[in-house]
Design a protein around this ligand. Structure first.
Ligand SMILES: CC(C)(COP(=O)(O)OP(=O)(O)OC[C@H]1O[C@@H](n2cnc3c(N)ncnc32)[C@H](O)[C@@H]1OP(=O)(O)O)[C@@H](O)C(=O)NCCC(=O)NCCS
Length: 173
């Protein structure tokens, strides 16, 4: 599903292979990578980042809508500030998980919250009834984003990804 979604300051769009260098500043950063899912393999150079983007782009059309992975670009200067995804939570693949990653030097400007609000509004218009976010208990910034988005705390579980995670849920307002 191809998407171009503007917000006040940002554009949420499909990934392109040419994003590799800028994407490496997000996903190659230790401050981001340490919080990603356990199966994430560290990405240390542009070629590896390009391979990851290639896989994401190829997989896109086969995902269960509204799942996807998107780039988040700052409109004022075209800077790639982060990435978002909507994916089915393992192992049951019934619930959609919203994930965020922002380039570390751009944390604290509300970009994750602004982009997440837009993508969740869009996802609800596609017909899903709830969205989840999961975060390790010590991932304070991710938990703050969930709370800033008005997500409801559901509890703590080990059923996803085999690790203890805080679970948050959002429903359409
Ligand atoms: C989780 C993550 C995306 C949060 O980024 P963030 O920049 O802290 O989150 P937000 O975009 O919501 O920004 C909120 C901050 O911007 C400030 N802010 C400034 N302008 C703002 C605006 N217009 N709107 C909202 N907040 C604004 C808020 O006051 C808040 O400040 P604080 O950090 O001092 O509390 C980031 O830490 C990250 O990439 N972490 C690694 C990956 C990760 O953990 N992902 C989650 C699991 S999938």
């Amino acid at each position: 599903m191809s998407l171009e979604l503007p917000t006040d300051r940002l554009l949420i769009r499909e990934w392109e292979l040419d994003d590799a260098e800028a994407a490496l500043r997000i996903y190659g950063a230790e401050e981001v990578a340490r919080w990603l899912t356990p199966e994430w393999q560290p990405v240390t150079d542009i070629d590896a980042m390009r391979s990851v983007l290639h896989a994401w782009i190829e997989a896109g059309p086969n995902l269960t809508p509204p799942a996807g992975r998107w780039a988040v670009v700052r409109v004022s200067d075209g800077e790639l500030v982060g990435g978002l995804s909507l994916k089915l939570l393992p192992p049951f693949e019934e619930d959609f998980e919203l994930t965020w990653a922002i380039r570390p030097d751009l944390w604290g400007q509300g970009y994750a919250s602004e982009a997440s609000q837009a993508i969740s509004d869009w996802a609800f218009k596609q017909g899903i009834e709830e969205l989840f976010a999961v975060a390790r208990p010590d991932n304070e910034r991710a938990i703050s984003v969930a709370r800033r988005l008005g997500m409801e705390w559901v509890g703590e579980t080990e059923k996803y990804y085999g690790m203890r995670l805080q679970v948050f849920r959002m429903r359409p307002t």
